[in-house]
Design a protein around this ligand. Structure first.
Ligand code: DHB
Ligand code: FE
Length: 280
């Protein structure tokens, strides 16, 4: 049977992708950030996941105001790289796992979570920057990826608790898939950041430290936090953090924390990163 072996959380700041693509990772500004992912790259090279269920948000690249799905699962064979204004990033296309994606859709939709099924779309920095941080610059991504897009761009986004429960349902779905697959689930976005208005540049280290601690050790109480508290304390774009609960809900109540990293700043954003292992 398929199994979720681990969860990864990471911010997805687009400037990180540009730093890699333009060969700037050793510059003084960027080196401390990339140092925080050295452990992660070694770890994932040994783990060799077959599939990553990658929870991310689209930033008006695949979807625009014409339609905004709350939860959208990529069931296609492959997904191209979106042009976000500077040409598509020079990274490999993303190859999906349609059979597993359809199985998960079948299972969680029948558990009353409404997913939008996407057979064709392009993926943006929300998905490609986490892959770059974990795998560097390979010719092809070393595993299959199921893109799972969450609306955190247009109000109302889903609550942290709904995301947490959806993660639990995704775990049940994965564990009833017949093939022996090593599946990882990633939650991306965050941490505190605000990109526009008078509070642009807001970063809240205390909020972020508390969030990192509680998503590992007390996720259910943290999942109950209302949207307004993210807005107030973590900035308008801090709401991206609800996506981490889909990852966390798919893991054991008690997890083994393998790695925690926090760094400020990367562009306008506080970067947070966790690797959590399910009991074996
Ligand atoms: C930045 C961060 C994001 O999460 C994003 O989607 C776009 C920009 C930034 O800090 O520049
Ligand atoms: Fe973002």
């Amino acid at each position: 049977m398929a199994k979720i072996s681990a969860g990864v959380a990471t911010s997805h700041v687009p400037a990180i992708g540009a730093a890699v693509d333009l060969g700037k990772t050793q510059e003084d500004y960027w080196a401390p950030l990339f140092a925080g992912y050295e452990f992660s790259k070694e770890w994932i090279a040994k783990e060799k996941p077959d599939v990553i269920f990658l929870v991310y948000n689209d930033h008006a690249s695949a979807f625009d105001m014409k339609f905004v799905p709350t939860f959208a699962i990529g069931c296609g064979e492959k997904f191209g790289i979106a042009d976000e204004g500077w040409g598509p990033r020079p990274v490999p296309e993303v190859v999906g796992h349609p059979d597993l994606a359809w199985h998960i859709s079948q299972s969680v939709i029948q558990e009353d979570f409404d997913l939008t099924i996407i057979n064709e779309m392009e993926v943006d920095h929300g998905l490609t920057v986490p892959l770059t941080l974990m795998f560097g610059q390979p010719e092809a991504w070393p595993c299959l990826v199921i893109p799972f897009a969450v609306n955190v761009v247009l109000y109302p986004p889903p609550s942290g608790m709904r995301c947490y429960r959806l993660g639990q349902a995704i775990r049940r779905a994965v564990e009833t898939f017949d093939d022996d697959l090593n599946v990882q689930i990633w939650g991306t976005g965050g941490m505190s950041h605000q990109l526009q208005g008078p509070r642009a540049g807001l970063i809240n280290k205390e909020f972020d430290a508390d969030f990192l601690e509680r998503i590992v050790n007390d996720p259910e109480s943290l999942a109950a936090m209302p949207h307004v508290e993210y807005m107030r304390n973590a900035g308008a774009e801090g709401i991206e953090l609800v996506m981490w609960f889909i990852m966390r809900g798919a893991l054991d109540k008690k997890v083994n924390e393998l790695h925690r990293f926090y760094h400020v700043p990367a562009s306008n954003t506080a970067v947070g990163h966790l690797i959590l292992e399910n009991g074996k």
